[in-house]
Write a protein that binds this ligand. Structure first.
Ligand SMILES: NC(=O)c1ccc[n+]([C@@H]2O[C@H](COP(=O)([O-])OP(=O)(O)OC[C@H]3O[C@@H](n4cnc5c(N)ncnc54)[C@H](OP(=O)(O)O)[C@@H]3O)[C@@H](O)[C@H]2O)c1
Length: 254
């Protein structure tokens, strides 16, 4: 994690799903680069804790409650961030989840719709809320969050896999649409990453089996995803758009 991207110093970065897990790890990584960071999620206490931790380290940080399936909440958050931190340069649309496997015969319409909403539609609504500001600024970088589940049939639910595959195509579409406006858009497709949530549902034997399914022989850490995000946000990737970066220990090799 020692890589420095001097161009990220002073940038304004928004991270949805920043209250915990991969998003919070990514917020810390941007803070170490000197960026101003806004974290969004639904859990006020967790968001406040992340923002306070970042501010204690000297970062300009905001923690805002916004459900990413709620366009109005996202609009208010975008307004507040522009007012307090300035125009947004980097958007990491990471909120999502709920990949727990459900066989199709037991899948409910309600759960299916909620997984599509919470991953695919939430990504669209987040981009739509923040894009006007990024365009007004004259360019920036958007990083979306897919998963290995969106790349290969896996142990995740079909709804989650379909939603994450949708995020990948949405990302490519957006990249083409926005290339002329100086906005690059790329997707991350992580394999299994160790977070509080995944640690809680993985007994040691399951964890060992999941690690073994990744050719590099371990689970990912939030820092692995954060490092890839910094690269995609920075000028170091200035000729890269519309791509999927598999951060998966070799789980997906295409
Ligand atoms: N961990 C993995 O193995 C893995 C692998 C591939 C992809 N991913 C993806 O990476 C992202 C982060 O995963 P994680 O493992 O870090 O998950 P996590 O620890 O469960 O955290 C999920 C984050 O997303 C936020 N979130 C979820 N739905 C939201 C909504 N509707 N509105 C606002 N915020 C919402 C949560 O906020 P609140 O708790 O504050 O509501 C939380 O900050 C997800 O998109 C997930 O699908 C994870």
């Amino acid at each position: 994690m020692g890589v420095r991207y001097p161009d990220l110093d002073g940038k304004v970065v928004v991270i949805t799903g920043g209250s915990r897990g991969i998003g919070a790890g990514t917020a810390r990584a941007f803070a170490r680069q000197g960026a101003a960071v806004a974290v969004l999620g639904r859990d006020r206490a967790a968001l406040t804790a992340v923002a306070e931790e970042l501010r204690a380290g000297g970062t300009q940080a905001l923690g805002l409650v916004a459900d990413c399936t709620d366009a109005a909440a996202l609009g208010s958050a975008a307004e507040r961030i522009e007012q307090d931190l300035g125009p947004v340069d980097v958007l990491a649309a990471f909120a999502g989840g709920d990949g727990y496997p459900v066989p199709t015969v037991r899948e409910t319409e309600e759960h299916w719709r909620s997984v599509l909403d919470g991953n695919l539609t939430a990504t669209f609504l987040t981009v739509r809320a923040f894009l006007p500001g990024v365009l007004a600024r004259g360019g920036g970088s958007v990083v979306t969050m897919a998963s290995t589940a969106g790349r290969l049939p896996s142990g995740a639910s079909a709804a989650y896999a379909a939603a994450k595959a949708g995020v990948l195509m949405y990302t490519r579409h957006l990249a083409l649409e926005l290339a002329g406006a100086g906005v690059r858009v790329n997707a991350l497709a992580p394999g299994a990453v160790r977070t509080e949530r995944t640690a809680a549902v993985m007994p040691p034997e399951v964890r060992a089996a999941v690690a073994a399914a990744h050719p590099l022989g371990r689970l990912g850490e939030p820092e692995d995803i954060a490092s890839a995000t910094l690269f995609l946000a920075s000028g170091a990737s200035s000729w890269i758009t519309g791509q999927t970066l598999d951060v998966s220990g070799g789980r997906v090799i295409v």
